[in-house]
Design a protein around this ligand. Structure first.
Ligand code: DUC
Ligand code: ZN
Ligand code: ZN
Length: 460
């Protein structure tokens, strides 16, 4: 007699192999062992009748317990960020090990790994932010860390202290190609941003709403085009983070057609917010870089999602509280360029995208799963994540497609203290979440213990 599975999720509508079908899922230990009709009984059973059973979300762009270029620690620990992730149906996060000039990258990765081991409630991996290639960093640490499964590097083309110049970027791209890592870019032209910031401040235009003018669309377009050329020149594989403009997406589309290995992501705040949001009260809540753009850009981003120019939607969760420890660390009247950039998004990413894609029917359920789980896992070599299929990790979110929820001012489970999507109503919410085969969210109750998350190595 074959042994009973530990858990069987029965009779849900399952997206598996990119197709929706009614099926049971058997899980033993932390793995999916079978997907199919009428599976034998398990030691435990979950009745998923009337629900959608989807891979847990994979969010490959979240800033957690990170010190920014300006030296500010963000509001979330690995525990609070991954708690928020679970409530939003996400079961894998890729955050940052952020080097600052003068630090050895191997020490930085070890430090962030320690924080994650202590707090993470779901599985995780890291991008290495490279801000200093001197000494042993480029020659030794980076190849060693890549070989250990840290196969993603993040580079800033702007932001004082952490940005790399073109020479250093080309050195990193060459090393990444040799060692087999993907290089991700925050792509905005630094000179343009500094030029515009100085002009605005000289004119006394210091309010948050001027932030958008200080990051003109041309800054993104130029830097994306330059990084695509550098990828072509070096043969390295790259990823453009948080694409916000029509022209940026067009540059990427053209580069991909030329055969360059460039992937791209965008984020819900570019799909669901426009630049006029910075005219609202307490606009610091919505400040991010690049800034939100125009309705025409939103249409272009959706077109780029449809034709796979943009393959992933991530949160760019960047949590800063609306107080002196966060956004206003430089004073409550700080000029726009001294207010921390970013907003929380780990918990809202999937419901917002589900509502837009599944509830209202834009591109549909299978594409939603691809964009938010399967493609992010594949892009970063997380080969056991992002799919419901035999042999994959049992990371699963069970969704009630009829659940309706209106976001409130401060209803998220992170440490940030506000919800940038307050007032938005979504239909479709995750109601049970399973991580490593264990139920970690049921009936609104979190069941996992901090530190249960595991580091997942990125495969080539
Ligand atoms: N922009 C970034 O580049 N990082 C974090 C948040 C943001 O808005
Ligand atoms: Zn960025
Ligand atoms: Zn970011």
């Amino acid at each position: 007699m074959t042994q009973k599975a530990d858990l069987v999720i029965r009779a849900g509508e399952v997206v598996s192999d990119g197709v929706l079908r009614k099926a049971d899922i058997a899980i033993t230990d932390d793995r999916i062992t079978r997907v199919g009709p009428d599976l034998p009984g398990g030691l435990e059973e979950i009745d998923a009748t009337g629900h959608l059973v989807l891979p847990g979300g994979v969010d490959t762009h979240c800033h957690i317990e990170q010190v920014s270029g300006a030296g500010l620690l963000n509001a979330d620990t690995f525990e609070s960020a991954t708690r928020s992730a679970i409530f939003g149906g996400t079961t894998t996060v890729v955050s940052f090990a952020a080097q600052h000039p003068g630090q050895r990258i191997r020490d930085v990765v070890a430090d962030y790994a320690h924080l994650a081991r202590r707090g993470a409630l779901v599985d995780y991996a890291f991008h290495m932010i490279v801000a200093d290639i001197s000494g042993e960093n480029l020659a030794r640490d980076i190849p060693d860390l890549i070989a250990k499964g840290h196969r993603s590097i993040k580079i800033f083309t702007t932001y004082d202290k952490v940005r790399l110049d073109d020479h250093a970027i080309l050195d990193v791209l060459t090393k990444a190609r040799e060692a087999g890592a993907l290089v991700c870019f925050h792509a905005e032209n630094d000179g343009l941003i500094r030029h515009m910031t100085a002009r605005l401040l000289a004119d006394g235009k210091t309010a948050p709403r001027y932030h958008a003018q200080s990051h003109p669309r041309e800054a993104e377009i130029e830097a994306i085009a330059r990084m695509c050329r550098f990828a072509e020149f070096t043969g390295a594989a790259i990823m453009i983070f948080h694409v916000s403009t029509r022209e940026g997406a067009e540059v990427i589309r053209a580069a991909r057609r030329r055969g360059i290995s460039v992937q791209a992501e965008t984020c819900p705040h570019y799909l669901f917010m426009t630049g006029d949001i910075l005219g609202q009260d307490r606009a610091a809540r919505f400040m991010c870089s690049p800034p939100q753009r125009e309705p025409d850009d939103q249409n272009a981003l959706w077109e780029a999602i449809e034709d796979r120019t943009i393959g992933l939607v991530t949160s760019d969760h960047a949590p800063y509280r609306m107080d002196g420890d966060g956004k206003f660390a430089n004073g409550k009247d700080a000029p726009f360029n001294r207010i921390a950039n970013g907003m929380p998004g780990l918990e809202t990413r999937l419901p917002l995208m589900f509502n837009a894609m599944v509830t209202t029917g834009r591109l549909g359920l299978e594409k939603f799963v691809e964009l938010t789980a399967t493609a992010p896992a594949r892009a970063f070599g997380l080969t056991c994540k992002g799919e419901i299929a035999e042999g994959f990790d049992a990371d699963i979110a069970i969704w009630d497609p009829e659940a309706v929820y209106t976001y409130g001012d401060n209803d998220l489970h992170d440490n940030v203290g506000y919800n940038p999507f307050a007032g938005t109503t979504v239909k479709g919410m995750p109601v049970q979440v399973i991580s490593q085969g264990v139920v970690v969210l049921r009936d609104g109750e979190m069941l996992g213990a901090p530190g249960r998350g595991r580091h997942i190595a990125m495969n080539r």
